[in-house]
Ligand binder design. Structure first.
Ligand code: SAM
Length: 284
């Protein structure tokens, strides 16, 4: 049996299957033996109905999840990895590997059919789709308790940024609408095969039962947030009309009504501020 924390054995396994890493699919596999047990222990696997993993690779994290969760469903895009996973996860009767694209798959149906209730999501994410995939998981109103993922360190700083901080952006605010984010631990570039250019970080997003702010039109809220950060060095009085394609006077009136200073930049606003601006614009 292959020791999935042993680089020499992993290389031998992949060579036996004629596998070559695909950069385009973000294939950097974990080889640091301490990372997967920590992720699996911190992702809420035991409390949920099971764990949905995205991108199992050769199954190193999947195995640790299977030791703790009632059931693990692992969604992998690369068909070349299916025979590898059949071999490495052979000992676990509570794991099902599903071939598919996490950006396209009907995740609601998958969770409904495979699990009896809300799941935890755990993944070492393919970096090329980190933000869109996270937003898909959050926006789709899936029965998910928490999302624990490895992302690039810079992405973690943006996703978990507190409002008003230097790293805050449209993604940070969108994430906070759906979840409470926190950084769990850092992971060095040397923990992966092949070694990526940058360090990584494991974060956990605990999904809210209800959004922390009430807003009339969710889509408009996110349009306002994106407009404010599309030109983040500009004050709201310029950034919002440009980003929303609205007359300056209309935006100025909405900002006044919302009690938000038009000379501020987006990074100074909280989610509640943005919600008041969106509501004021919706009323105009
Ligand atoms: C960073 S690797 C992580 C592999 C493994 N979980 C580990 O930690 O070693 C990302 C994995 O996601 C898979 N992947 C890439 N794009 C995907 C997609 N759109 N849907 C599902 N899996 C994808 C890759 O093939 C790869 O196995």
């Amino acid at each position: 049996m292959t020791d999935l924390a042993n680089p020499a054995q992993i290389k031998a396994l992949l060579a036996r299957h004629g596998f070559h890493f695909s950069k385009a699919l973000g294939q950097n596999f974990l080889i640091n033996p301490s990372v997967c047990p920590r992720m699996a222990a911190l992702c809420g696997a035991e409390e949920a109905a099971g764990v949905l993993e995205i991108g199992p690779g050769i199954g190193v994290l999947t195995a640790e999840l299977a030791r703790r969760a009632k059931k693990v469903v692992a969604l992998e895009l690369d068909t070349r990895l299916l025979p590898v996973l059949a071999e490495t996860l052979d000992q676990f009767s509570n794991v099902r590997v599903v071939q598919g694209d996490a950006m396209e798959a009907d995740l609601a149906a998958l969770i409904r059919e495979e699990f009896g209730g809300p799941v935890a999501v755990c993944a070492n994410l393919p970096y090329y789709i980190t933000s869109p995939l996270l937003m898909r998981l959050l926006e789709s109103h899936l029965p998910v308790t928490a999302v624990t993922v490895m992302v690039q360190k810079e992405a973690a700083a943006r996703i978990c940024a507190a409002p008003g901080s230097r790293d805050t952006g449209a993604v940070s605010l969108a994430v906070r609408y759906y979840a409470s984010p926190r950084v769990l631990f850092d992971v060095s570039a040397g923990s992966f095969l092949p070694r990526p250019q940058v360090d990584s970080c494991v974060i956990r997003l605990d999904l809210h039962q209800e959004p922390p702010v009430a807003v009339r039109n969710e889509a408009l809220l996110f349009r306002v947030v994106r407009a404010a950060f599309a030109q983040r060095r500009k004050m709201l009085r310029s950034a919002l009309p440009a980003g929303l394609g609205l007359p300056r006077e209309r935006v100025a009136a909405a900002l006044r009504k919302a009690g938000v200073d038009e000379s501020l930049r987006g990074e100074r606003l909280t989610l509640a501020d943005f919600a008041r601006v969106a509501d004021a614009l919706a009323e105009e």
